[in-house]
Design a protein around this ligand. Structure first.
Ligand SMILES: *[C@@H]1O[C@H](CO)[C@@H](O)[C@H](O)[C@H]1NC(C)=O
Ligand SMILES: *[C@@H]1O[C@H](CO)[C@@H](O)[C@H](O)[C@H]1NC(C)=O
Length: 381
């Protein structure tokens, strides 16, 4: 059972790795940036797989995680290179080999630095945190000053991004988790026990240890607040009566440029606008027809309403109707620009006046709109 499980995980990881390398070779730009990562991955590939298996195994057998500083699952881990230096704290070291070789020094802890109202320290384990499966790796953590906690049940949720400067690339290698980290009086230190293998880190050709044994670590500590403002966009596509039909009698006697139908409500309130002698490019040669958001509709300055509809001139001799589609965003009520959508040349006046075509019968014109979709957006607060 477990054997099968491990195999599945290995295959999955292998596929992921293939995907990653295919992607990396797809663009030389990406390849440049990830070359260094690939080097690391090559070094660590075996180790990463074993690490994952060990972790699955571990979680499988012990529901409670024994190690105080253990948390990260590899699937949530994001690594990359970036130009910009750390925003919260930087720790430069000029004699790192001394620490690497010291058998008595397990870790280096920075002075406290203030971020988001709490004191923190950056903690480096040059040879890895053995209590956190970090042996053979460089481990990086952030510890919160526990006197910052005013109440025993207080929790602090922080996003952490750790950095190691790479002199060769002139970029910062970064590692972070997609999830936030929960600090409380029982869990005051969080981070990554396996940031880079010590071998990768020490090899001067990789660029992490430079100018002899100089190096730089960094961290961003962010306490993200949760959103309070939001919006909900939805589209209605079912209406009890999706059609509105407007019968215009005495068409030849219409003298005004523009006529509006009665207001009708389908999702929102609308009018049909008809210009009997044509508007703009249709002037003098075609009937213009538009769908208009009724002037009394209230709409926020930033709001837009998605609308899909069919505009029609109905054929009264049971021949084909003239039908044209509207699919647009309405951003205001009434007759302002962008507030109505339709066609300057909906049907030519010649076709309209040709009595054999069936659009104008007894000087009566019948137009229709069928609303198919109307969006609405709710804003909170
Ligand atoms: C805070 O940390 C110090 C040093 O690590 C420890 O001695 C102390 O017991 C901790 N206090 C609480 C409330 O956990
Ligand atoms: C941070 O540490 C400094 C120096 O130890 C201390 O004066 C300050 O009160 C601390 N701030 C918080 C928020 O714990």
């Amino acid at each position: 059972m477990r054997f099968h499980y491990k195999n599945t995980i290995s295959v999955l990881l292998y596929l992921l790795f293939c995907l990653f390398t295919t992607y990396a070779s797809a663009s030389s730009f990406i390849r440049q940036i990830t070359d260094d990562l690939n080097t690391n991955l090559q070094h660590e590939e075996g180790a990463v797989q074993i690490q994952n298996l060990a972790e699955v195994h571990y979680l499988h057998e012990h529901n409670e995680i024994a190690s105080r500083d253990y948390k990260v699952s590899a699937s949530n881990m994001v690594k990359g290179l970036r130009d910009r230096r750390p925003s919260t704290y930087s720790l430069k070291m000029e004699s790192f080999n001394t620490l690497l070789k010291s058998t008595n020094t397990e870790r280096y802890e920075s002075r406290p630095f203030l971020a988001h109202g709490y004191n923190w320290t950056l903690v480096v384990y040059p040879n890895g945190n053995k209590n956190d499966k970090g042996s053979g790796y460089l481990s990086l953590y952030v510890a919160i000053d526990n006197s910052s906690f005013v109440a025993a049940h207080q929790e602090v949720y922080a996003d952490l991004r750790f950095y190691i400067f790479n002199k060769k690339e002139r970029k910062y290698f970064t590692i972070q988790d997609t999830d936030v980290w929960k600090f409380n009086v029982f869990k005051t230190m969080w981070g990554f026990s396996q940031v880079l293998s010590v071998d990768t880190f020490k090899d001067p050709t990789n660029g992490y240890l430079y100018d002899g044994d100089h190096c730089e670590f960094g961290v961003d500590v962010t306490i993200p607040s949760l959103f309070e403002n939001f919006e909900l966009f939805s589209v209605t596509e079912e209406f009890t009566n999706p059609r509105f039909t407007w019968t215009i009698r005495g068409f030849s006697t219409l003298l005004k440029d523009t006529y509006l139908s009665d207001v009708f409500s389908i999702g929102r309130s609308w009018n049909i606008r008809v210009d009997p002698s044509g508007h703009a490019t249709g002037e003098g040669k075609a009937l213009s027809m538009y769908l208009i958001l009724n002037a009394n509709e209230k709409i926020k300055s930033y709001e837009e309403i998605y609308v899909r509809a069919k505009l029609r001139v109905l054929n009264q001799r049971k021949l084909n109707d003239v039908e044209k589609s509207v699919e647009n965003w309405f951003n205001g009520p009434g007759l302002g620009p962008g507030n109505g959508w339709g066609y300057n040349e909906f049907i030519s006046l010649a076709d309209l006046r040709d009595s054999s075509k069936g659009f104008l019968v007894n000087d009566m014109l019948i137009v229709q709109v069928a609303i198919e979709a109307v969006s609405s957006t709710k804003y909170f607060p």
